[in-house]
Design a protein around this ligand. Structure first.
Ligand code: MN
Ligand code: MN
Length: 311
């Protein structure tokens, strides 16, 4: 098949505010077509503890992504010429059942990876990352290396007696052996913590935590140099919670935390990650109803594009 089949819709022919909305104006194709990287939505926010509404993010980000382009300025590559990328629609979800939704996300992801596809999942709240990691662990038969951008550790205990929610996915991922805590890095962390014991989990498992002070205490160039390198033989997953950014740069999110990363710091860090085998990624916790002037969803589109380049 020629690569033209996967070219984004031309903005010359159809101005960017027009036409049916897909991610980056890419063709919408079935999951088993011959694309290489599939972009899909997971419209589920049944795991949130505060402001709901992230279920509306996939369709909103599709709309905003009309402004996305394929050429990466600093990398000098045109992604959509080099890779066949497609919008493969949404994973089906059950808005009132996290258990049923987890089953659906895991089987959807399993189907994808068994077709040897790479992917970016667009949330939804952060609880959705757990079933994705379960599917990837099954496929690769070993714990993944894991890069996690967030304001929060997401290693918190059960809430209201419920084990699974958007603040506990990372703890379950470690406890279930889905990710290798020694090859896990969390970036942008700044609490809030109920008390100091919240840090026990990451300390006990040897997880690398890069707080906002770690990013700021030296020059950004020096900070990115100390990031670990992820080798070819380690399947690696990247999960991006938009609240790692400061609320000034990403107001549209469910649990905003002041004092976060800037848009440029995020770009710079993503551009300097060295990942030999990135198998997939996600972008979660965008809340369109709290967004202003699409600041947050435009940043989500930008992060998607950076992850695409890493893939
Ligand atoms: Mn968060
Ligand atoms: Mn999170």
């Amino acid at each position: 098949m020629s690569q033209n089949k996967y070219a984004p819709l031309s903005g010359r022919e159809f101005p960017r505010y027009s036409a049916i909305k897909t991610f980056f104006r890419l063709p919408y194709v079935a999951k088993d077509e011959d694309y290489e990287i599939g972009l899909f939505g997971v419209p589920f926010d049944g795991g949130v503890s505060y402001r709901p509404g992230a279920r509306f993010a996939p369709s909103h980000i599709r709309q905003t992504s009309s402004l996305g382009r394929g050429y990466h300025w600093t990398r000098g590559i045109q992604v959509f010429n080099q890779k066949k990328v497609a919008d493969i629609g949404d994973c089906s979800t059950v808005p009132i059942s996290i258990d049923q939704t987890y089953e659906k996300i895991e089987s959807y992801t399993s189907e994808l990876v068994n077709l040897n596809k790479k992917f970016i999942a667009v949330g939804g709240d952060h609880s959705m990352t757990l079933p994705i990691l379960r599917a990837l662990k099954k496929k690769h038969q070993k714990p993944l290396s894991f890069i996690h951008f967030d304001a929060h550790l997401d290693t918190y205990p059960a809430a209201w007696g419920c084990e699974y929610h958007h603040g506990s996915f990372a703890r379950h991922a470690v406890e279930e052996g889905l990710v290798n805590p020694k090859r896990m890095i969390q970036i942008g962390i700044r609490g809030p913590l109920a008390d100091g014991s919240d840090l026990d989990f990451v300390n006990r498992h040897g997880i690398t935590v890069k707080t906002i002070d770690d990013v700021r205490d030296k020059s950004l160039n020096d900070f990115v140099k100390e990031l670990p390198e992820f080798l070819k033989e380690e399947p690696t997953y990247l999960s991006f919670d938009i609240d790692c950014l400061d609320p000034a740069y990403a107001p549209g999110t469910g649990t905003p935390v002041p004092g976060g990363l800037t848009s440029y710091e995020v770009q710079k860090i993503l551009r300097n990650l060295k990942i030999g085998n990135l198998v997939g990624g996600d972008i979660v916790e965008v809340l369109p109803s709290s967004d202003q002037s699409d600041i947050t969803s435009l940043m989500a589109v930008d992060v998607m594009f950076e992850i695409l380049c890493l893939l």
